[in-house]
Design a protein around this ligand. Structure first.
Ligand code: FAD
Ligand code: SF4
Length: 333
């Protein structure tokens, strides 16, 4: 049995004071952390319960929306302003987990959830660099159908599991962070690290740093946006491929676009190459295909997951087509 102490934070300053000790973990809904503690993969000496911090979802006068770190996933997905101004975010959250889990899970906990790689969870039987640095990675030559084709390294090829983060990456969300050293802002696209030689270091957060809010900047084109998730079952399954995209057209051409991919990469994957390839191009299936190819040119499939390259390509083209209103009769992907 691993003994730990439990404390409930009553304010942000209280939380960061309690969280300043080494080997402390903040506790949100506990839907990931408690499982990891049961499996003894996470062994914190102190749990600081931060569910009492702000769960407000505030529309600011300058057009930003601030989501409190303790806001439940369900509340974010159901919020009227988010549903109308950022529908991709609402859809992404609703595509994840189950109703019960979304009712428990917090916004900050979703950002910080850990990989679902089966070898990571198999503490007794498998080697995993993310769990035990330097041990090796059994996924590289093992069952890797669900693993990453983008952003992997010889040390780790695990995908990032979050749906919500994929939409947040496309929306240029900003994460508000505080610690005893002060406050800072981190772009969502910079929050998660590529595994490189140190997959055990998953984010740029320092020990003790607390997420207090997620900021959605004003982004008018996000009103025309969506999230599509392809998975083995219709619900309660992690993505094989997912696409979050927003599109703005001007006289049949792509004026602006935001794209991020999930299920295929070691972090929520902002598809900047695809975006660059699309801006100024006519909104046609050929242009959508070229954009997908530009993004996926750097894909490095493993033994079992080569199908993800074509699946990602087709899913991205299908989503762009849906947003642009290009009918099926004008060519299939
Ligand atoms: C069966 C199952 C299926 C799932 N399916 C999906 C799915 O399809 N798609 C998907 O996206 N997700 C899925 N999830 C994951 C789920 O979304 C996450 O477990 C959840 O979002 C984590 O939120 P939480 O508040 O419970 O975090 P916790 O479990 O409490 O914490 C997770 C991590 O966040 C850290 N943390 C919490 N709050 C803060 C804070 N304020 N500042 C800094 N760090 C913090 C914790 O220390 C911990 O490291 C699934 C989970 C389960 C159990
Ligand atoms: S892919 Fe990453 S998480 Fe999975 S076994 Fe390898 S090192 Fe561990």
């Amino acid at each position: 049995m691993n003994l730990f102490t439990y404390a409930r934070a009553t304010s942000v300053s209280d939380a960061v004071r309690l969280g300043a000790n080494a080997n402390t973990r903040y506790l949100g809904g506990g839907t990931n952390l408690i499982d990891l503690m049961r499996e003894t993969i996470e062994r914190p000496s102190t749990l600081v319960d931060v569910r009492g911090l702000s769960d407000a979802i505030e529309e600011r006068g300058d057009g930003r929306i601030l989501i409190g770190a303790a806001a439940r996933n369900t509340s974010v997905a159901e919020n009227r302003a988010i549903r109308t101004r950022y529908p991709m975010l609402s859809r992404a959250i609703l595509a994840g987990a189950s109703g019960q889990i979304r009712n428990m899970a917090t916004a900050a906990g979703n950002l910080m959830q850990r990989t679902r790689c089966i070898y990571f969870y198999d503490r007794e039987g498998s080697r995993c660099n993310r769990r035990e640095p330097g041990q090796g990675c059994d996924a590289l030559e093992g069952l890797n159908r669900g693993h990453a084709i983008l952003g992997g390294s010889p040390a780790c090829v695990a995908t990032h599991p979050s749906d919500m983060c994929v939409a947040l990456a496309a929306l240029d969300a900003i994460v508000h962070v505080v610690s005893v050293r002060g406050e800072r802002r981190v772009a969502l696209t910079d929050l998660h690290r590529l595994p490189e030689d140190h997959p055990e270091i998953e984010t740029v957060l320092e020990p003790g740093e607390l997420i207090t809010a997620i900021e959605l900047p004003p982004l008018p084109l996000a009103r025309l946006s969506t999230y599509r998730k392809v998975r083995d079952r219709a619900s309660y399954a992690f993505a094989l491929v997912s696409v979050a995209a927003a599109l703005e057209l001007d006289r049949g051409a792509v004026k602006d676009v935001r794209i991020a991919l999930g299920g295929v990469a070691t972090k929520p994957w902002r598809a900047r190459r695809a975006e660059e390839a699309l801006r100024g191009q006519p909104a046609t299936v050929d242009a959508f295909r070229a954009a997908a190819d530009a993004e996926l040119a750097s894909a490095r499939p493993l033994r079992d997951n080569g199908f993800k390259v074509e699946l990602a390509r087709r899913t991205l083209v299908g989503v762009l087509r849906q947003l642009a209103g290009v009918p099926m009769s004008r060519g299939i992907t």
